[in-house]
Design a protein around this ligand. Structure first.
Ligand SMILES: *Cc1c(COP(=O)(O)O)cnc(C)c1O
Length: 435
C-alpha cells in the first residue's frame, strides 16, 4: 500500500519511507491511499481475541511491502507487550486504559511501534540512525523508552531546562545507553528551533542519518487504531450497540487513529472531540471557522495545543467536507475548574481515579448525553495514569495516588543529562562529536 501527502503534491511512497520522512516534502502529512477491508468479526467473532493478534492482522496490509510476516509479528510482540483493558464504570460507561505501557501514557503505543520499525529496517539495510526530538514533556519519555536499547538507532532528546516535570525529566535522563538527554537553557520553542535547524542543515545531514519522531509521523498514528478495534471486541462481550468514543485531544492524532479504525470496519456511533480550554476544534465543530490560536496552559498540559496538526488528516478523510465532519464528530471544551470538580465526582461516584486528561473525556460524555439524548454505550480513552499528575488528582480526591512500580524504579535511577546553550552551533558540535 502506498501513502499520499495531504498537500497532494509529493510522490506516493511506502509506509516505511513515509515513516522515515515524517513530514512530506510538500509540508503535508502522510495518509494511506486506501483502508483494507479487514472483515473483522465484530458481530459474532471471538471476544477473546488478543490485542497483539489484532494488531498483526491490521498492520499486515500496510507493512507487507517493507517487512515479512515474521518480522511484523516480532515487531508487534515486542512493541505492545502490555494490555489496554476496558474498565466498566457504569452500565453503559467504559474507560479504555491506555496507560499500562512503560511511561504510563498512550504515547507508548506509537513510540514503541515506530522505534521497532526503524530498528528492524536499519539493522537490515543501512547505517545507524540518529533520532532528534524536541519535547515539552510527555513525548520525550515515550520516545526515549521506545528506542531504548535498540540496535541501529540513537535518540537525542532536547528539553527546556526547568520546564518539564520531575517525572517527565527522569524518564528521559535515567536510561542512558543509546538515549542522550540534552538540557537546553531556553524554552520549548528554542528546542524546536534547534531541531529544525539541524534538519535543514544539508552538510550535517550528509554526515549523519537524522530522523524525527514527532507526533505527525504516520508510524505513531497507525498502531493507535489497534486499541480502538480491540476495545470493540471487549465491549461486544457486553452489548451489541455501536459505541460512542470520547477522545481527550490535543494534536488530534488519537482521534484520527479512531477514524482509521472505523475505515477498517469498526462500528461507531459518534466520536467526541474532547478538549481543555484549547478549543479550536470544538469551535469549528459548532459551525465556526477553523482558526488556530496560541496555546493556553492548563492542568491537562499534554493537550495544550492551539493549532492541532492532525486536523489536515481529518479533513482528508472526509474529502474536505465540513458538513460531513460536523455530522460525525461532536466537540466540547472544558475549563480547569470543570476538570477538577469532575475528578472529585468520578472518585466519589465510581470509586475511580482518573487523570486530568481522561477526565476531559468523561466530561464530554456527560454533556453529549445531555445535549443529544443519545444513550449509546460510551468508551472514554484514558490517555495517562493518574500518578503522572498526582498533585491535582490527590488534591481533588483527598487520597494518595499509588505510583506503579515501573515508574518508581525508573525515577530512582541516576540522572544524566548534558547542559547545552540554546545555540545551533553548540548543538551541531555536540552531534558531530557524539555520532
Ligand atoms: C499527547 C496526549 C494527549 C493528546 O493526544 P493527541 O493525539 O495529541 O490528541 C492526551 N493525553 C495525554 C496524556 C497525552 O500525553
Amino acid at each position: 500500500m502506498k501513502f499520499y501527502s495531504t498537500q497532494r503534491s509529493s510522490p506516493h511512497i511506502s509506509f516505511l519511507e513515509a515513516a522515515e520522512k515524517g513530514l512530506a516534502p510538500d509540508g503535508g502529512l502522510y495518509m494511506p491511499e486506501t483502508f483494507p477491508g479487514l472483515d473483522l468479526p465484530f458481530e459474532n467473532g471471538n471476544p477473546d481475541i488478543s490485542l497483539t493478534s489484532l494488531a498483526k492482522t491490521c498492520s499486515y496490509p500496510y507493512l507487507k511491502e517493507d517487512l515479512t510476516v515474521d518480522e511484523i509479528g516480532r515487531l508487534i510482540d515486542d512493541a505492545i507487550h502490555f494490555d489496554a483493558p476496558l474498565v466498566q464504570l457504569d452500565e453503559d460507561l467504559f474507560v479504555l486504559e491506555l496507560f499500562h505501557g512503560p511511561t504510563l501514557a498512550f504515547k507508548d503505543f506509537g513510540a514503541r511501534f515506530m522505534a521497532r520499525l526503524f530498528s528492524a529496517y536499519r539493522t537490515k539495510n543501512r547505517g545507524d540512525l540518529v533520532i532528534l526530538v524536541a519535547t515539552s514533556g510527555d513525548t520525550g519519555g515515550a520516545v526515549a523508552n521506545g528506542f531504548y536499547g535498540l540496535p541501529g538507532v540513537h535518540v537525542c532528546l532536547l528539553y527546556p531546562e526547568g520546564k518539564v516535570s520531575d517525572v517527565q525529566r527522569k524518564q528521559m535522563t535515567t536510561l542512558g545507553e543509546n538515549v542522550t538527554a540534552l538540557e537546553i537553557s531556553g524554552t520549548f520553542d528554542d528546542c524546536q528551533r534547534l531541531v529544525k535547524s539541524a534538519f535543514s542543515d544539508e552538510k550535517l545531514n550528509g554526515d549523519l542519518n537524522l530522523s524525527s519522531a514527532n507526533s505527525i509521523n504516520i508510524a505513531r498514528l497507525l498502531p493507535q487504531s489497534f486499541y480502538y478495534l480491540h476495545a470493540c471486541f471487549q465491549l461486544k462481550k457486553l452489548t451489541q450497540i455501536p459505541p460512542v468514543f470520547s477522545v481527550p485531544s490535543g494534536n488530534f492524532g488519537n482521534l484520527t487513529a479512531g477514524l482509521f479504525a472505523e475505515k477498517m470496519g469498526m462500528p461507531v456511533q459518534k466520536f467526541l472531540a474532547a478538549t481543555n480550554s484549547n478549543d479550536v476544534v470544538p469551535n469549528y465543530l459548532s459551525g465556526r471557522e477553523f482558526s488556530p490560536s496560541p496555546s493556553i496552559q492548563t492542568i491537562s498540559n499534554a493537550m495544550d495545543v492551539g493549532d492541532p496538526s492532525n486536523f489536515a488528516r481529518i479533513r482528508a478523510l472526509f474529502g474536505q467536507d465540513d458538513e460531513a465532519i460536523r455530522n460525525h464528530l461532536w466537540g466540547a471544551a472544558f475549563s480547569d475548574d470543570k476538570i477538577r470538580s469532575k475528578i472529585k465526582e468520578t472518585h466519589q461516584r465510581h470509586k475511580y481515579v482518573a487523570d486530568p486528561h481522561t477526565t476531559v473525556g468523561l466530561l464530554a460524555v456527560d454533556l453529549y448525553r445531555r445535549d443529544t439524548g443519545d444513550q449509546s454505550p460510551a468508551i472514554v480513552l484514558s490517555t495517562a495514569h493518574p500518578s503522572k499528575f498526582a498533585d491535582v488528582v490527590e488534591e481533588e480526591t483527598g487520597t494518595k495516588v499509588e505510583i506503579p512500580v515501573r515508574l518508581k524504579k525508573a525515577t530512582e535511577k541516576n540522572e544524566e543529562s548534558i547542559p547545552l546553550h540554546a545555540n545551533y552551533e553548540a548543538l551541531k558540535a555536540f552531534l558531530k562529536r557524539t555520532y
